[in-house]
Design a protein around this ligand. Structure first.
Ligand SMILES: [Zn+2]
Ligand SMILES: [Zn+2]
Length: 123
C-alpha cells in the first residue's frame, strides 16, 4: 500500500553502514543498501545544514558574500543518532540544530554521479 511502488528505480535512503569519523575529522562515510557509497566532509555538511535558520540565512545571502566566519573549515565535535532515520551533529562553530535524515544525506551526496543526476534534474 505505497504510492512509491510505481517508481521502479528508487535511490536507497537506507544506510547499510555509517561511519562518523569524529576523531580524525575526516567526515561521514555511508554505504547504502543499493551499493552506493557516499563520503561527506563535515565542512560540506555544515554548509548544507537543513535547519530553518541556515535555510533562511542562505536565502538572504548569495554564495559570493559568505560571511568571513564561515570560511573557516568547520568540523563536527559530536554526532548523535536521532531515531533510526537521522543524525544530529554538534559542529565546532557551536551549531547544533541541524538534523540530517538519511534521505537528506542521499540527496546531497557529493559524488560525481549524484552531482550529474542533480544537474540533470535541475535542467
Ligand atoms: Zn543550521
Ligand atoms: Zn553519490
Amino acid at each position: 500500500m505505497s504510492d512509491q511502488d510505481q517508481a521502479s528505480v528508487v535511490r536507497s535512503t537506507e544506510p547499510a553502514n555509517v561511519q562518523v569519523l569524529l576523531t580524525s575529522g575526516e567526515g561521514v562515510r555511508i554505504d547504502w543498501k543499493d551499493g552506493h557509497h557516499s563520503e561527506y566532509t563535515f565542512d560540506y555538511l555544515r554548509k548544507k545544514c537543513p535547519c530553518a535558520t541556515c535555510r533562511e540565512h542562505k536565502a538572504q545571502t548569495t554564495d559570493k558574500t559568505l560571511l568571513p566566519m564561515y570560511q573557516e573549515q568547520v568540523r563536527a565535535v559530536q554526532a548523535q543518532p536521532v531515531g533510526h532515520y537521522a543524525v544530529q551533529f554538534t559542529f565546532s562553530d557551536g551549531h547544533t540544530t541541524g538534523i540530517y535524515s538519511f534521505e537528506y544525506f542521499r540527496e546531497i551526496c557529493p559524488c560525481a554521479d549524484c552531482r550529474a543526476d542533480r544537474n540533470r534534474e535541475e535542467g
